[in-house]
Design a protein around this ligand. Sequence first.
Ligand SMILES: Nc1nc2c(ncn2[C@@H]2O[C@H](COP(=O)(O)OP(=O)(O)OP(=O)(O)O)[C@@H](O)[C@H]2O)c(=O)[nH]1
Ligand SMILES: [Mg+2]
Length: 681
Amino acid sequence: MGTISTEEIRTLALVGHAGSGKTTLAEALLHQAGAIATPGSVQRGNTVCDFDPLEKTHQHSLYSAVAHFNHDGTRVHMVDTPGYPDFLGPAMSSLEAVETAVIVVNAQSGVELTTGRMMSWAQKRGLCRLLVVNKIDAENVDLPKLLAQIQEAFGKECLPINLPAGGGSRVVDCFFNPGGESDFSSVADAHRALIDQVVEVNEDLMARYLEQGDIDAHELHDPFEQALREGHLVPICFVSARTGAGVKELLDVLEHLLPTAAEGNPPHFLKGEGENARPFKTEPDPGKHVVAHVFKVSVDPFVGKLGVFRVHQGTVTRDSQLFVGDGRKPFKVNQLLMLRGKETAPVDKALPGDIAAVAKVDEIVYDAVLHDSHDEDHIHLRPIEFPTPIFGLAIEPAKRGDEQRLWEIMQKLAAEDPCLRIEHVHSTNETIVQGLGELHLRVLLEKLSSQYKLEVKTHPPRIAYRETITARAEGHCRHKKQTGGAGQFGEVFLRVEPLDRGKGFEFVDEVRGGAIPNQFIPAVEKGVLQVIEHGAVAGYPLQDVRVIVYDGKSHPVDSKEIAFVSAGRKAFLDAVAKARPIVLEPIVNIQVNVPDANIGDVTGDLSSKRGHVAGTNPLSGGLMSVNGQVPLSELNGYGSRLKSWTGGQGSYSVEFSHYEQVPPNVQQQLVAQHKAPVQDD
Ligand SMILES: Nc1nc2c(ncn2[C@@H]2O[C@H](COP(=O)(O)OP(=O)(O)OP(=O)(O)O)[C@@H](O)[C@H]2O)c(=O)[nH]1
Ligand SMILES: [Mg+2]
């Protein structure tokens, strides 16, 4: 180690749909590079990256895991990410820490939901993208068809850089040393297609190519990287992580063709707050001030807190004094660690490009920026647009008296996971947690029980309905109370207007001439916000509404805050009631993979549940995928329905799409439930 420079560091995130083989591929790469003696397997539960006990039980990655290796003069930091849509939070965060996204595609099931999401997120983030088609050893794979599917989904810039040969037992190079026979397609054609694509990024090169009719691939190193960076080329590699076919070639590509840590696009940092925030670009210069971003925090009940960060600028050493965000008090690094799964190795320094960790620093939180000078205060990452957590669960401790402990643990867990939201509802003394899917929440409960020994009771998921209005209306309230001595007086006139979906809430003060004294305007807003939070018709938060307060009246003695809170709330309720309020429900995108014979079950069920089918696609192995949309509230027990149709051969994934108005009969039910004196959650 020691002598490595930023130019010799490569960073990559292994992303892609669940089960595509990312964790197995990480294992194969570590083995190929000589970092581990024998590759482990997900089934045996002995892989480097799926080291958490729950990952072993579920045989899926649930968290991101970092593994580095040194090979042939380069240091590679890999981040293995979960592909299950419920755990996309850590996968998206990992994209901020790397130069390259390696999108792994399962040759058996083709392009899946997460494949597409990751292709576009990685592009948005400005990463170089490399597609890896895994499982070329498996039976029933139709690789030519898959290649066509990839190009149709993601464009003609997706081009094979090698092709399977010997019936999937090895691969042949199509770029530097084309030659030999491939299992399908022609190596010469693939070579030409790559050169054609690469020369397009440089006019001189293009002219020379047209003149000469050919160009030596070895001259194309820089243009190749340029094409990668500009998204003009997405190379495709074929591998079998299980047999090792194509893994050496993949390692070669990672080490020799992908950008170094000095060449990538740093994440979008901002300096300053609110409207004053300006883009801030880090430079991969080891001599500058430190800027590092914490993209993962794990809290192990035994080891304690581990903050994992990518250094984007400057050098972190064991003696570094680092500030966390805008905190005034620095911490001393003391122990600087590099990771390989759960193994930690102490190192002297971490350069730009390195992914490292520090243990037991309480101040470190997910998404924090670490730095070593107050010049670097107020730097933060542009917020990532995470998927919306819509699967809710109300939980309470099985034992009375554990409420506080439950809340504290939940806060810790939510701090680790950007897609987990927790909320304490005072009226019912319940802890509500919202996540991305059933599995997300199930894993959370398992963690509470296995790691924290905390047993909890849960209520069936609450659907995150919302309320909104569909028309403009006026509202008025004259709040007047005379009880004994001091009275209460406040009068408010306001208007409400619908806003576009997703715009939230706006409060506008148009009161002229002090009709409502300035100091009481916040009280009016407070009253309005109470309704926003608890809803006006069915008890769900109200959204996408503008409230304009334009007139009112006060009393020199009896006007006080409480009077205007009350008047604001009632005037707003008055307006909403006239503004044709509706209830909105979350609609999800769903992809269901089932055997051919079950297509009818899936599509019939979706239509009967107020959903619709957008299309069906053949997958290999006699499977079909059905894509569509359906209200989330209709998906209760979907897993078991699917199991009963397919005998366990089906799988499905969902993600939040948008909010839509519920049909009138559903709205009536929700309103009635809300009004019922005894509410059954
Ligand atoms: N035949 C074959 N099976 C493979 C190959 N690579 C992985 N598998 C199997 O595919 C399954 C999923 O592999 P994982 O490595 O856990 O996949 P993953 O992409 O990490 O999945 P998530 O962590 O859920 O996102 C396991 O049963 C692996 O043994 C391969 O090259 N060929
Ligand atoms: Mg995995």
